[in-house]
Design a protein around this ligand. Sequence first.
Ligand code: PEP
Length: 251
Amino acid sequence: MRKNIVAGNWKMNTTLPEGVALAKEVNEALKSADAKCDVIICTPFTHLASVNAVIDSKLGLGAENCADHASGAYTGEVSAAMVASTGAKYVILGHSERRQYYGETSAILREKLALALANGLQPIFCVGEVLEQRENGTYNDVVKAQVEEGLFQLSAEEFGKVILAYEPVWAIGTGKTATAEQAQDMHAHIRSVIAGKYGQEVADNTSILYGGSCKPSNAREIFAKPDVDGGLIGGAALKCADFMGIVAAFD
Ligand code: PEP
């Protein structure tokens, strides 16, 4: 079912004690917040089990990545089964930083998706164009291809477990946010691409989050758009007050 969601992506930030303290703070804040959306924090692998031990079921927990193999001789990798065994329920896949710095292709992402789903994890699948593609007008085609190549091998039932995140790369960590209209246009485009493959009902039930320099000051306007179902939050997820300020944009 389509839900409003605010998910934090901590990236490679916080030591274990800092991360546990931040998770406790968010957990406490959420208890009294009367949030009108689901709230998720995605933390480094090293933090998952410890964070899971200090949060209540109201706060969702996810990883930021998982391996494209099930197990075996892949030194340094962390499998979907390992992530699930910590108590985490979500995993971010296809974040632009993974695509850009670690060469993650759609083929690799399809493997990761299959393993995440097989292990009961709900993927938060990221798509988004780079600045050059925004400026040369190819952004709709680029994002359509990312959705088709990454996700359209899934059955309708599997697809129903996926949360999408539209994150224009030029807006991530730059302080430059897409306008609410740009976000709405792209989200409506993504929803129509999904409808073309799985039908309108599946498309209408898909949560599509916006990500890219989302802050308490701009979240309300962006989230108010009909096809925007919440946000994937990087920098502002590292301060409890800012993160909860974004959660409060749904009221
Ligand atoms: C992200 O990395 O998913 C993100 C949206 O980052 P930021 O909010 O810092 O732009």
